[in-house]
Every structure is written in structure tokens, then in C-alpha cells.
Design a protein around this ligand. Structure first.
Ligand code: PLP
Length: 373
């Protein structure tokens, strides 16, 4: 199927395909003190809190840049230099948080499981038992490296019982997979404008427990990534400290209208689960195998094992799909040779079926009869 804009469909973890109305919302210029912009900024921040049911307990602090900027800003602002973190790692984004802590000089220990294995809550509990110096537990909600869903609820019960601070990178899940502050006790959740909320890239944000952030003055390792300062300034003046990504926020506000109209987290989650199901079923019919069993698979991005057929060559496959207007994503795994297909963004059943048709055609062109690994 042809794309309505002539741009290819992005079956990736981001940047993603966005709605026409979201792109059109950027066809204006705003001054940073413009009342329309200030209202949109306040609205976006409130709407993000509502999604997490965190309006009364937390504040939303945005920051310019991609998602990693929000992650680095949150870790630097919340973890004091005497803090000690346990990082649960099963992919590249967990490792990235460890790298951030290393660079900014905070103590941490990694508990690593293979990319197709979630952390075991009992093992986490044991590690915390053996060392009472831990102050924070840090984890990834959906580890985009594989597409695995990690057990944030089980881990939050452990951190709650021990009165430890839980920080969750929910970048690729927020807005589509339930994360309710009433059910999961967290001190910070990071996400961005451009993943499941389907805005354009350029703004990260952190949902931070207000009582915690109030005590974070002076923690940050960086001026521009100091979320305490960003928050204080925004509360006092309604404005960003430095040039705000005005167009990104205008587009985000529109993307959130579309999100609400779709039914919020339930509606968005339902569409993505349907996308994921269609894609996985169709690929399995062609012989492809997913890395993960269905009960560990988040409906965000799916890792497929590389086919064994000698005629299969990934770059040719990628280019063949791109020619047909579908962009997929290379694998990032260490456990298996693989590639990934995302099912988030402004895409539905028709685009998923179109992608499957393009895969079938490209396999024919390559003389690959079966996708089995
Ligand atoms: C996308 C993503 C990020 C942020 O990546 P950026 O490229 O900086 O936007 C962080 N964590 C996870 C789990 C992600 O999927």
C-alpha cells in the first residue's frame, strides 16, 4: 500500500510515523513567552501526569533533546553523589544507564540477565538483602533491544517494602502499556515525545515524585540537565530555562488530542497489541521465528531470528522492504543474529498487512522460500 505522504512507513522504535494533524500543528512560529505556547506547555505537562495517574503525587519535568537526555537528566538530578544504585540490565538501554552513571560518577552495581530473560524478583530481593547501602533501583520497562516486557510491578513491590527509590526507563512503553502510580510506586519514570505518544522527536520528560524532587537541589552533575532547576524555573515563570522546542510541544499537544480520542492508554495499547498480533502471526506463517515467547513480548517491537536460507541477505531484505515503503530495523542482540520490526506509531491493521505483503514479495525476489532460522 502506498504511504499517504510519500514517506515510507517507519516500523522502527523511533523516530516513528506520525499523524498528518500532528505534523500540521508545527506550521506556525511561537515566541517562548507567547501565551498560546505557555498554555500548550502546561497542558502537555498535565496530560502526561494524567496518563500515569500521577497528578497529585508527581510532577512532569520536560527537557530538550531525545529520550537519553531525559534519562541522563533524571539519574543525575535524583541520585546524590553518595547514592548507590542497582541497575537491572537485559539489553542496550539498561547498559546505557550504567554508562551514564559511570560518566557522572555515581556508584552502581549491575544485575544482568540475558536479553530474552527478565530479571528475577527473588534474585533482586536477595541482592538488596546482602547490601544495605543501596538507595536506588533502576530498570527498563520495555527493553527495546529485544522488545521484552520487564516486571516493573513485582520489582516495585520490593522497592516499596524496602523504601528504596525506583527509577523506570519507560521510553518505549509509556502511553501504551499501563503504568499507574496507584499500582506501581515509583520515584521517576522517563519517556519522550516520540514513541508511543506519537509526537515528533525533540523532547524527553520525567515524571518525578514531588516530595523527592524537592530534596534534589544541587545534586545534578550538569547545568542543562538539572531537572530540579528546570522544574523550579517552570513553576515560577511557566517558562523553560533555555530555548524550548516550541514546534515539538505544539505537535505533542495535538498528538495527545489524538491519543485521548483513541481512548488513552487502553485504546493505544489495544491498537498496538493488534498490530503486534497481525505481524507475528503473518511472519510465523512464512516460517519466521520470534526471539521471545508471546508472554514476554511487549507489543512495541518484535525481534525475529535471522532466516537460515542461504539466499537470505539482510541488507537486500531491508532494501527490498524500503523500496516498497516499509522501513524495518536491524537487530541489536548479542544472543542471536536477528532483525526487528516495530509496531508502534501511527500505523494500524492495513499497514501491518501491507508490511507482511512486502516481506512476502521481497522473499520471492530473493528466492527465499522460508523464514525459518
Ligand atoms: C528509545 C529509547 C531510549 C531513548 O533513546 P533516544 O535515542 O535517546 O531517544 C531510552 N530507553 C529506551 C528503552 C528506548 O526505547
Amino acid at each position: 500500500m502506498p504511504s499517504p505522504t510519500g514517506d515510507p512507513f517507519l516500523l522502527t522504535p523511533g523516530p516513528l510515523t506520525t499523524a498528518r494533524e500532528t505534523k500540521e500543528a508545527m506550521l506556525h512560529d511561537w515566541g517562548s513567552r507567547d501565551s498560546g505556547f505557555i498554555e500548550a506547555n502546561a497542558r502537555v505537562r498535565n496530560r502526561i501526569l494524567e496518563i500515569a495517574n500521577a497528578t497529585h503525587s508527581h510532577v512532569c519535568v520536560p527537557v530538550q533533546g531525545s529520550g537519553t537526555f531525559a534519562v541522563e537528566a533524571t539519574l543525575g538530578t535524583l541520585i546524590p553523589d553518595y547514592g548507590k544504585s542497582l541497575i537491572l540490565v537485559n539489553g542496550a538501554y539498561g547498559h546505557r544507564m550504567a554508562k551514564i552513571l559511570k560518566i557522572i560518577g555515581r556508584q552502581y552495581v549491575i544485575l544482568e540477565t540475558p536479553e530474552d530473560t527478565p530479571p528475577d524478583p527473588e534474585e533482586v530481593d536477595d541482592m538488596l538483602d546482602n547490601d544495605d547501602e543501596y538507595s536506588h533501583v533502576i530498570m527498563v520497562h520495555c527493553e527495546t533491544t529485544s522488545g521484552i516486557l520487564n516486571p516493573i510491578k513485582e520489582i516495585s513491590k520490593i522497592t516499596k517494602a524496602r523504601e528504596l527509590s525506583l527509577i523506570i526507563d519507560s521510553m518505549s512503553a509509556f502511553g501504551a502499556i499501563a503504568l499507574n502510580a496507584n499500582e506501581i510506586q515509583f520515584d521517576a519514570v522517563m519517556a519522550s515525545s516520540n514513541k508511543c505518544l506519537e509526537g515528533v522527536p525533540g523532547m524527553g520528560f520525567s515524571i518525578i515524585r514531588k516530595s523527592v524532587l524537592e530534596g534534589c537541589e544541587g545534586n545534578a552533575h550538569s547545568l542543562s540537565l538539572d531537572l530540579y532547576d528546570q522544574w523550579q524555573n517552570m513553576e515560577k515563570t511557566q517558562q523553560w530555562r533555555f530555548t524550548p522546542p516550541t514546534h515539538v510541544i505544539a505537535a505533542f499537544d495535538k498528538a495527545l488530542d489524538i491519543y485521548d480520542a483513541e481512548g488513552g492508554p487502553d485504546g493505544r495499547g489495544k491498537r498496538y497489541r493488534n498490530n503486534c498480533r497481525i505481524l507475528v502471526e503473518g511472519m510465523r506463517e512464512m516460517g519466521f521465528e520470534t526471539l521471545l515467547p508471546d508472554d514476554l513480548q511487549a507489543p512495541i517491537i518484535i525481534t525475529f531470528k535471522m532466516p537460515a536460507d542461504a539466499n537470505f541477505e539482510f541488507q537486500t531484505f531491508y532494501d527490498g522492504l524500503k523500496d516498497k515503503d516499509y522501513v524495518i530495523y536491524p537487530g541489536k542482540l548479542t544472543v542471536a543474529d536477528s532483525f526487528r520490526i516495530g509496531c508502534i506509531g501511527q500505523l494500524g491493521e492495513a499497514e501491518m498487512r501491507g508490511a507482511l505483503q512486502a516481506v512476502r514479495q521481497t522473499m520471492n525476489e530473493m528466492n527465499v522460500v522460508n523464514g525459518a532460522p
